[in-house]
Design a protein around this ligand. Structure first.
Ligand code: DAK
Length: 234
């Protein structure tokens, strides 16, 4: 498969996708997100792959959804075309683990993309933010859901309402990222974690991922109800 806005490679059983739209700081347009989804699905379906890494450049993991491409959309275009949900949700359908290795800016949709991955390893120059409010819009792909669950209401509100950025140290303290490492060690660290995951039983790894994500994304009441069968109201 050939791609224009991403590159792919493998290291052992790890599939690595690098966002590659450097002049636009990896701004996420339809083509890039389609390619990313295809690459991740390809690795997910490949029996020789056990874990994936998504990364960007030193300056930017991704500076957000492509502002220029969005500018002309009306509400009707966005709703009827299933804008963003259409291709971004592919990432959440991948069953093997996906690690985000983040350096530089992870803003708006870029921060949301990182949060769609299973965990984030950050370089010490990483900056996270949901600056959509400065454009007169709101975070549309998890910034008002996954971010508060990751960092709590206070910091999520602060970021969504002021548009301020969080540096790597604060992001680790707040629980948004699992590890912070020097920039030149970022890929070694992410690869080390991914290779370790590849050593374990794949069905167990997939089940662990699914359980943590269900707990993180679902309501606790639903989880509790799932243990009762038949449901109380039947
Ligand atoms: N889109 C398009 N181009 C971008 C971009 C973006 N998000 N971010 C940067 N670029 C481009 C710049 O326009 C510039 O292009 P040229 O002028 O050279 O042609 C180039 O990248 C380099 O940027 P700068 O010259 O600005 O570089 P600096 O180092 O000075 O500043 C910066 C870096 C990251 C602080 C700055 O570029 C910046 O503030 N960028 C915008 C960040 C931002 O606002 N991100 C949020 C975008 S809105 C939805 C779901 C999700 C979303 C919306 C709807 N629905 C389901 C409905 C998501 C929305 C967003 O993500």
């Amino acid at each position: 498969m050939s791609f224009e806005l991403i590159t792919t490679r493998t290291e052992g059983r790890v599939g690595i996708v690098t966002l590659n739209r450097p002049k636009q700081l990896n701004a996420l347009n339809d083509q890039l997100m389609n390619e990313l989804g295809q690459a991740l699905k390809g690795f997910d379906d490949d029996a020789d792959i056990g874990c994936m890494i998504v990364t960007g450049s030193e300056k930017a993991f991704a500076a957000g959804a492509d502002i220029g491409a969005m500018a002309k959309y009306t509400f009707a275009d966005v709703y009827s075309g299933d804008y963003i949900t259409r291709n971004w949700e592919t990432i959440r359908s991948v069953r093997k683990p996906v690690i985000a290795a983040v350096s530089g800016f992870a803003l708006g949709g870029g921060c949301e993309l990182a949060m769609m991955c299973d965990f984030i390893i950050a370089a010490d120059n990483a900056k996270f933010g949901q600056p959509e409010i400065k454009l007169g819009i709101i975070p549309g792909a998890g910034g008002t859901q996954r971010l508060p669950r990751a960092v709590g209401k206070a910091k999520a509100m602060d970021m969504a309402l002021t548009g301020r950025m969080m540096d790597a140290t604060e992001a680790e303290r707040a629980g948004l990222v699992s590890r912070v490492v020097p920039l030149d060690k970022l890929m070694d660290e992410a690869l080390g974690a991914a290779l370790m995951i590849c050593e374990y039983s794949l069905p167990s790894v997939m089940a662990a991922k699914e359980c943590v994500n269900r707990a993180f994304e679902g309501g606790l009441r639903v989880l509790h109800a799932a243990r009762q069968w038949p449901p109380a109201d039947h």
